[in-house]
Design a protein around this ligand. Structure first.
Ligand code: ADP
Ligand code: PHD
Length: 451
């Protein structure tokens, strides 16, 4: 049995959904299909999930958002009409969407998640209706009925262990199951969504639960590329990479797969295959436990911006027992999560996502660090980008760091910090966000330019 997840780009139009149907029909092993909400139809278009978020924000402020609601309905109605679904089916979908989007507001975050989940829920219903209209034996299955139980952290759910046993029962299905991605239900029956891009996580959970022979992740590119194709045109494709490599790259900016989707598949030893809905015969990229890294020490280069660093210096910090803990305790108190902590003898930097720090929190954090830790200096630097070069072969190859730093120097990129991951499959460079594109191009040319 295979679990196949189709991303928003594969469900954006009626034409795309017809391709999805052909792909499902072409392989009887594809028994569980996970779908996202309709995505972008063209460059500059808006994903349905983003339309839903805008709708919810306006509805929560003004009590109605008629125009936004109509635009969302129009996306589904247009697809359904082009797929020649009956008026009865279209009315059903429309009524269901309106009911969800105007449900009572008990809690703002709960309302937001119910609205966001509407995108996936009705995308899955639409696909199931279409398959049924083609006499295909398919059925919509709701995460609530299947037992996909998640934590109650709105917008940031994680799966609860009991889900795996519940979802295992789906493997006995005779029909093809169409399952909405991106959300589950908390133990009290409330809809809670995963982080953005979370339909990938739903697919991985289902693949692990039913012990699938493959988790296929269908998107709009022929493979995972060695670098973001929006930065370097026509980059090299990757045939095979390990879970560890993909997790690092996804975390660091390869948006093609959500980084949290790797762990469930890895734990259940289900290989992942990233494939293209627009070119399904291409082999795609396989994500596996191990690979031969001798001829390719570096597999990919990823980057992400929007980071900031809290630089703290104090003479003899190295001898002060508990300094790091006290510093992190202040961040914990303020509800801040951190990404990296490069440190020296008398100084330490904490790297965080900048959107967590509003001016009020920033001021409080600086004051608390100064007063409670008695330090000489605290400086917050914003607008940083982190670049990650990743590869299983890095451990056993001499000179990777020097090649990378030389390439960055030649491109006149100043390195603010360097961190070699403890896993030794990645090396991180902190630079000014303004240099991100220049740095990525320089590193890509250095490590892949001659291939
Ligand atoms: N290294 C990479 N390899 C492939 N695609 C990448 C990479 N980095 C970023 N992307 C982007 O990820 C996109 C696919 O992800 P996404 O837009 O979420 O698709 P879907 O809607 O199918 O989930 C690609 O179109 C590409 O622009
Ligand atoms: N629709 C959700 C979940 C998702 O995974 O979407 P996609 O498969 O289009 O990245 C989002 O936009 O975050």
């Amino acid at each position: 049995m295979k679990v196949a997840k189709f991303g928003g780009t594969s469900l954006a139009t009626a034409e795309q959904i017809r391709k999805v149907y052909d792909i499902i029909r072409s392989d009887p092993a594809r028994k569980i299909i996970v779908v996202s909400a309709p995505g972008k139809r063209f460059d500059g278009d808006i994903k349905v999930t983003d339309m839903l978020i805008a709708y919810a924000e306006k509805y929560l402020t003004f009590g109605s958002a008629e125009q936004e609601l109509n635009s969302i309905l129009a996306r589904y109605i247009e697809i359904a009409q082009e797929l020649a679904l009956s008026d009865e089916v279209i009315n059903n979908l429309t009524k269901g969407i309106i009911d969800h989007l105007t449900s009572s507001i008990t809690d703002r975050n709960a309302f937001m998640d119910t609205v966001k989940a509407t995108g996936e829920k009705f995308s899955a219903k639409l696909v199931a209706y279409y398959l049924q209209s083609r006499e295909f034996d398919a059925i919509y299955v709701d995460p609530n009925d299947a037992g996909l139980v998640v934590s109650n952290k709105f917008g940031n759910a994680y799966v609860l262990e009991e889900s795996y046993q519940n979802l295992n029962k789906l493997k006995n299905t005779s029909k093809v199951i169409i399952f909405p991605g991106f959300f589950g239900y908390s133990t009290d029956g409330t809809i809670v969504t995963f982080p953005r891009g979370g339909s990938d996580i739903t697919g991985a959970i289902l693949a692990a639960a039913v012990n699938a022979e493959y988790y296929e992740n269908f998107t709009d590119v022929d493979s995972v590329f060695a670098v973001n194709p929006q930065i370097v045109p026509n980059p090299q494709g990757i045939n095979e990479l390990t879970y560890r490599e993909m997790r690092e790259l996804a975390y660091a900016g390869f948006t093609v797969l959500n980084d949290e989707a790797l762990m469930p598949a890895y734990r259940a030893n289900v290989p992942v295959n990233v494939k293209n809905t627009n070119n399904p015969s291409a082999p795609g990229t396989r994500i596996v436990i191990s690979r031969d890294a001798t001829d390719r020490p570096i597999i990919g280069i990823a980057s992400d911006s929007g980071f900031c660093s809290i630089y703290v210096s104090k003479y003899l910090m190295n001898r002060e027992i508990g300094f790091g803990r006290k510093l992190l305790e202040i961040l914990e108190d303020e509800g801040l999560s951190y990404e990296h902590i490069p440190s020296g003898i008398d100084n330490i930097s904490v790297i965080l996502r900048g959107n967590q720090l509003n001016p009020e929190i920033e001021k409080r954090v600086i004051n608390r660090i100064k007063e409670q830790l008695n330090v000489e200096d605290v400086v917050i630097e914003r607008n940083l980008a982190l670049i990650m070069i990743v590869g299983e072969g890095m451990r056993s190859t001499v000179g990777i760091a020097s090649r990378a730093t030389e390439a960055l120097a030649k491109a006149s990129v100043n390195i603010e910090m360097i961190n070699q991951g403890s896993s030794k499959v990645s090396m991180m460079f902190g630079i000014k966000a303004i240099d991100e594109e220049k740095a990525i191009k320089a590193l890509y040319f250095e490590f892949f330019g001659n291939d």
